[in-house]
Design a protein around this ligand. Structure first.
Ligand SMILES: Nc1ncnc2c1ncn2[C@@H]1O[C@H](COP(=O)(O)OP(=O)(O)OP(=O)(O)O)[C@@H](O)[C@H]1O
Ligand SMILES: [Mg+2]
Length: 112
């Protein structure tokens, strides 16, 4: 199994959720986060002064999926989260050793 952690623009979340549903993702977790990438946030002008906003609001979407769904999930995220401007986000992928579905006691990919 793989854990996919996608840090995306909050406004893309509805489209990303729809795209993930279409490729069969059943469970996910959403966290509202603050972060920065290479640009270290942005600077904004207001009434002649420059302010630096060094952390921007993002959404972190986490889903654990069977290995064979990984490429379809990454494609779905890329297509639905991309605007082409800096700050579109980043996706981290890692391996998950085990899953337990509490209600049924199922383990592994059957439990995701
Ligand atoms: N190396 C990283 N580790 C952890 N979180 C990161 C990392 N890079 C980016 N993030 C998170 O992803 C969010 C979006 O990053 P962002 O898309 O700006 O990345 P970037 O590398 O600057 O790419 P771009 O040049 O397209 O903006 C950040 O606000 C931060 O929350
Ligand atoms: Mg950036």
């Amino acid at each position: 199994m793989k854990k996919v952690e996608a840090i995306i623009r909050p406004e893309t979340l509805p489209g990303v959720r729809q795209a993930l549903e279409q490729v069969g993702v059943t469970g996910l977790t959403i966290v509202q986060v603050l972060g920065h990438g290479a640009q270290k946030g942005v600077t904004q002008q207001w009434k002649g002064n420059t302010y630096s906003v060094d952390l921007l609001p993002k959404v972190e979407l986490k889903t654990v999926i069977p290995d064979e769904k990984l490429e379809a999930v990454l494609k779905a995220i890329e297509q639905s989260a991309k605007t082409g401007a800096v700050g579109d986000g980043k996706v981290f992928i890692s391996s998950v050793e085990e899953v337990l579905r509490v209600r049924t006691g199922e383990r592994g990919a059957a439990a995701v």
